[in-house]
Design a protein. Sequence first.
Length: 440
Amino acid sequence: FGKLGKTQTTNCSRLSDLVIVIQSQRNSFHARRGGQRKVEILQQAAELGQGDPVVLLLHELLEYERDWMIIPLLPNLSATYGQSASWFFFIEEETIITLPNLLKVLHRYEVQEEWFLGKRLHDNEASIIHHYAFSEDPSSFSYPDPAAGWALSIPLLQRCIKHKHLKSDFTIDLKHELALYIWEEGNGPKLTAVPEFCTDTSDKCATTFTTYLPNCGNPVSRKEVFVAVKTCHRFHSERVPVVKATWEKDAGFLEYYSDVTDASIPTINLGVPNTERGHCGKTFAILRRYLSKDVPEADWLLIVDDDTLISLPRLRRLLRCYDPKEAVSLGERYGYSLLLNGYSYTTGGGGMVLSRAAVSRLVSSGCRCYSDDAPDDMVLGRCFTSLGVPITHSPLFHQARPCDYSETLEQAVSFHKHWNIDPVIVYKHWLQDTQPTVEL
């Protein structure tokens, strides 16, 4: 479906034909950034004097937890705006639109046809986060870069609301799953690549992107991030040395939690039996210890696995954007059974960041593990959802290795797993900053 549209009178030529959806989040920092982007777009439209687009903030549309997937929102968007609009255009909070250039791009495509437009991303090798889809030729399937923006024509949106929902219980990589849903096993269109949907800057670009790591001021101090590393005796000699050789030095306060006490590391035995998977009992013991008088008080708790690779200086810079007095659960957001009133969660391998307020609310709520080996990240997500605490997504956190993501990946705070890689080399290439940082 890579054909060029024909220039006809039925093509988009007015801003009023356009609905722009900013994929904002409920956390106060993100809601504020989304609101600022909306104001900028409407100011730009007013200066052009060609009418106004409809500009929506995703977090204000969310009636159910599943709605951040966008697919469940499509029927409501169609019912509300389908008669008056020609295009829906989705952007990130930090995506900058040049409206005249966007109109020029959309004018190329016949609005009575089904169009899925975006900046093309693809896998170079079969990826675990995409369930090894298209394993024989991973680059054959394209999905959009959300930072550059992506567009749906009204006929395509109306097709999407008619066909069956996503098959998977898990929502892992939304942009890829959206593209699969739209493609509908060949019944719908593939992504049409639009060179003017950009993440870099040029005169022809209709969109550009700033950063997922905004500058909100000086990084939070090292002592305000309590780092908890989950390990077990089996990995004391295999994984812990990697942490010590890479990112441990950047921690102001760090503890290793294991099933045995090892003074050479040192580790702390929380009295929870080791489990092959899940680690919920251990994680809830960490939450209680973080709030106790046994350790220094800190605004933030970071829980990682012993095979997590992370840049603590970048994390501390990112955390300056958030209010630790607000209940914050930050990381790479996944979803479980969202279409059946499930829940979102921050996936554990990429690192789970919790504000002190969030930990206090969770522990005092009485929410518990149903077993010591329950999946800790999912139980935390279920608890936070029941408490009304939003799961805040950052694309800087990664549950998998760099090679499991598209080659356009640039910025990162974390990666996970040592499988088939040299973790020290990966850390130095992706996460170690060359310029010195001010350590507080």
